[in-house]
Unconditional design. Structure first.
Length: 163
């Protein structure tokens, strides 16, 4: 019986099983956000002569309180917000795929999905709700502990908060 147990790979048994199951979800969520950021970068969101954010804001139907707060700030500084949106999507998408600080990364990605959901007027058939739930699941489970930078740092006993 002991020999059979030894044949089971370490990553399929023990405390890492739950995080191993979350690896495909972590890679998918990270890829999704990197793809969103990369598509925006290719469409010219990082150039100073194109007002992509202004065009996008005209098509949205946010609630009044959201329009007064975040949308008004984005209209005052469109280039800053364009850069921040693309940068956050790319950086946090790569961090999620790499499994680096997944609790913080998942929380930030869930917040970005929530902001997008509210800004679009809370549509019922939007991609943001499943993406937000997946990012929160990855944040709570600290999914970077399996084949991620979090696992490497944890194995070396590096004390980083929020692991």
């Amino acid at each position: 019986m002991a020999e059979e147990t030894k044949r089971v790979p370490v990553f399929l048994s023990g405390p890492t099983t739950a995080t191993a199951v979350l690896l495909p979800m972590r890679l998918f969520v990270g890829y999704w956000w990197v793809k969103l950021g990369w598509d925006k970068a290719r469409d010219g969101w990082l150039s100073t002569d194109q007002h992509k954010l202004d065009e996008l804001l005209k098509t949205l139907h946010p609630p009044g309180w959201f329009d007064v707060t975040l949308v008004a700030a984005a209209q005052e500084n469109p280039f800053l917000f364009q850069w921040l949106i693309v940068l956050f999507e790319l950086v946090f998408g790569v961090l999620m795929m790499a499994g680096a600080v997944t609790r913080v990364t998942g929380t930030v990605l869930a917040t970005m999905a929530l902001i997008a959901f509210i800004a679009m007027g809370m549509p019922h058939d939007a991609w943001m709700i499943p993406m937000m739930l997946m990012a929160l699941t990855l944040a709570v489970a600290a999914a970077g502990r399996y084949l991620g930078i979090d696992a490497i740092l944890r194995a070396r006993l590096v004390k980083v908060p929020l692991f």
